[in-house]
Design a binder for this molecule. Sequence first.
Ligand SMILES: [Zn+2]
Length: 132
Amino acid sequence: MQISEHFTMNEFCASDTAKRLRIVNLPDKEAAESLVYLVRNLLEPLRLAYGKPLYVNSGYRCPPLNKAVGGVPSSQHLKGEAADISCDDPAVLLSRLQETGLMFDQAILYPTFLHLSLRRDNNRQKIIIKKR
Ligand SMILES: [Zn+2]
């Protein structure tokens, strides 16, 4: 399913770890709707502002997959509210995000990717920089 010009639902569910462990990583209706909301209101507009490809390292995670990858139990990936995005320069992607003024909940900058989340309301616009 194509969610927006640059993103498909499959990108947010694909996982090498799930494949290896034979975990069926499919979002329920609520999580799928949250993924669509995340893409249409944050990721696609940010993709257009950035002007270069964005890759989804990790999107939705069902509980067994979240556990397998060491995600925290409260992870927004479980709800379809978050995605880890890699690109040629995640720090520049974060700068673009700040320039656009787009709504987001959390942006966590790691050396090789940017974790982005969006909720329906009460978004915190919180930026965290992780050195490693
Ligand atoms: Zn993440």
